[in-house]
Every structure is written in C-alpha cells, then in structure tokens.
Design a protein around this ligand. Sequence first.
Ligand SMILES: *Cc1c(COP(=O)(O)O)cnc(C)c1O
Length: 472
Amino acid sequence: MYSHEAGFLHAQGRAPAWLEVPQDVNALLQPIWPGSAHKPPADSILRVGGLTVQEIAAQVGTPAYVLDEADFRGRAKAFADAFAEAFSPLEGAHVHYAAKALITVGIARWLAEDGLSVDVCSGGELEVVMRGGIPPQRITFHGSNKSDAELIQAMEVGVDLIAIDSLAEIARVAQVADEGDFRPNVMLRCSIGIEAHTHEFIATSHEDQKFGLSAADGSVEEGVRRVSSHPRLNLRGLHTHIGSQIFDARAFRQAVQRMADLTVSLEREHRVCFPELGLGGGFGVAYTTGHDPLEPAEIAARMAEHVEHEFKAERLAVPHVTVEPGRAIAGPAGITLYTVGTVKPVSLDGGFTRLYVSVDGGMSDNIRTALYGADYSATLASRRSSAPPRLARVVGKHCESGDIVVKDEYLPADIAAGDILAVPVTGAYCHSMSSNYNSVPRPPVVSVQDGLLTVLLRRETMTDLLARDLYA
Ligand SMILES: *Cc1c(COP(=O)(O)O)cnc(C)c1O
C-alpha cells in the first residue's frame, strides 16, 4: 500500500465515498469508456477507434476532444430503436437528438444518415444541422427567448415544430407568421412542477425557474386558448423537459402523470386534441463508477408503460411521443486527451498533501466541474505505470482556482510532465460550452473509427482568435 508523508489514511479521508482505490491503477473502469476504448495489458496504452492516444496526439495535438463514432451512432440508434419498439403498440415515438449537447456539421450528417430528428435552440444550431443535411421536417426549434430573426429563420426553412416557451412568445410567433404568411406547427412547453435531481426529486407547485408556461398558474390553459384562436398557428401538443442527468425513473413517471392530468382538463375545457406529447430528455449517464444509468431499452419500455397507463386511465387518446436525449447519446462517446504539465504536491491542513496535476486545457474546454461541481474520472493513457495509486486533482491552465477538471482521482504516483491523460464522458456539454478564456484557442473535435481519424472541427488558431478584433 502506498503512503505519502502524512500517512495513507489521511488521503483516504479526503476522497469522496464513491471513489475506490483501484486494484490496478492502469486498468480502465469499463462502463464509463466508449465502446472501442481499451488498454492492452502489455503496454497499458489507451486505444480508441483503433488508434493509440499517441497517434491521435501526433495528428492533432492536445488537448483534443475525441469521439468514438461507432459509440455515438450506436447510442443514437439504440435510443431510436428502443423507442420505436416500445411504442409500436401505441402511437409510436420518435427520438430527437438535442443538438446543444454537441453538434458539428459532420455529426449532423451522421444523424441525418441514421434517421434521427434534431432539436435546436438557436439560429446557429439550426444553421449547423441544416448544413449537415437534416431535413427541416425533422427539426424542432426550442428556446426560452427566441429572437424575431430566429423565428423568421425557423419558419422560412420550415422546421417541423416550434416549442413556445411563454405567453409573450405566442404573440411574437403569431406576428412573424402573419407577416410572412407562415403556418407553423407549435407546441407549448409546460412547467409542471417537477424538479428532478440525480437521486431524488422534489415536487413543488411553482417552479422557480425560467422555462415554460406554468401549469399551476393557468398559463398553459391561457396559452392553449390563445394559440387555438389564431388561424395560422397549428397546436400539435404539449411538451415538458424536467431536467438533466436524471437517474430517478419516478421523476419521468410523475412527468407523464402530470402531462396526462393536464391534457384531460384542457381537452375537456377547450375541446382540443393533442396528437403529440414531448417528454424531453435528461437521461443520466455515468461520469464515474458512482453513477448507475438505465439502458435505453429500459427507459423506453418504462415510458411506454407510463404513457399507456396514464392516458388510458384518463380515457384519453394516446399521443405520438417524442423524447430528446442529448447527453445520453453524446456524453459517453467522447473523451478528452490532455498532456500533463506541472505536477505539484500542495500541503493542506492536517498534514494532508493534495497532488495537483495540471493539464494543457481546463475550464475553457470543460466548464462542467466549475459550473456544477460535476464529477469526472481520468486515467494515465500513454504508458504503463508500476507506481502505486495516489489521490490527485486534475486542474487546468487558467487563471482561476476553480479551474478544476477532475476533483478527485487515483492516478499513478509517478504521473509526470509529458504524460497523456484521458478524461472520459466529455462528449456532451464540454465542447458546446467551451470558451476562449485566457485567449486559449479551443481544441479540435475529432472522430475515430477503425484506425481512421476524421477532424470534425479543427483546432482554433491565433488568427481565429484575432479574427473579430478589428484593431488586430
Ligand atoms: C437540454 C434539453 C434536452 C437535452 O437534455 P439532456 O440532458 O442532454 O438529455 C432536451 N430537450 C430540451 C427541451 C432541452 O432543453
């Protein structure tokens, strides 16, 4: 057993409860790595998509976002197939990939080829997915504060659906439709008082958040009245999205229940009929071994059961359902490769020493740790180590003490400058939330498959950084 200066038990006390001391510090904890990732025991060098991390780094440098194409497309297909199958005895279900998790023109092409629909929530995301060949009939436009320009763009290209997020937006959508002679299909995003967390959920009658029309204060009912009375707006149904990184299946069941309750009162009062029900995304993924997500088949089967049960119990026609996974498709398919720079033991109170391992990226390429306190894990990817495990913290190169990539991980005690470190499950909400903090160019996004690397987005250059600076 490894001991540092202050004794092994001090280090143990600082590790979170879910983090176990690894038996073999070289081993990959398989459930959290993309399908093609493996480390042959002979050299313990990480391979993904048939390439070693050194081969990838030699082609595009580090830091780099690396997507396992087969894993991404396999997850998308698993969701599409699972929902198609589970809802086939009902009115069917369709999977929309939430583009905000990660989108490039190349990724949009995969989705186009594989028959998925896509959700966008800005004019920029709409442009990217259109260029990737997603037909407008397979696009839904979301967003809590769409500009008039975005509404015009969405109606001009002819997106299938616009999700209206407020009473105020109904008038704006109607005005754009009137002025351009458009007849958009719309649905109303409802806030139904479910706040879902990772391991529990609490239900309140009024949510203190910005999204959707409140079911509790009558805004949904008023929205139905206003949309129904407008000749150019075609009301296709109601939508809800109860949160993200949700593991608690009861939260989804309660969402279906509330949507059925809401539907029954609206259909009775207003003699409307909603052919469509949007149930959003939010399916949790395992960032570490501390998480235990459901498989798509199980999620789909349970949701079909809830929809059938709740709508039939209310004697309602069962609607066609859409779900919108983002994280659960993109997240586990991506890893980030970094090169280690400074390694610094820092003495803390109580005689504990924390090993700070600095990498060549940080909060500009992964803001989730700083923003949400998210947990990640990491592995030494470029060599085998015979050193014992040591509790470490992976940090970035930014001028901010909150610039943490991985709060706690056991890394080989001999981790050193020049080593390549890999962080799994960075496919979702890392590149899409990236920034140029400290004027650091953003990393490339590459896909790998069968020994071939494809650059989806190249690394930013100094020229890119200066491109908007009119004094440069
Ligand atoms: C963010 C979002 C999603 C995707 O959420 P994930 O947690 O990535 O699955 C789906 N639908 C809507 C409306 C969203 O805002």
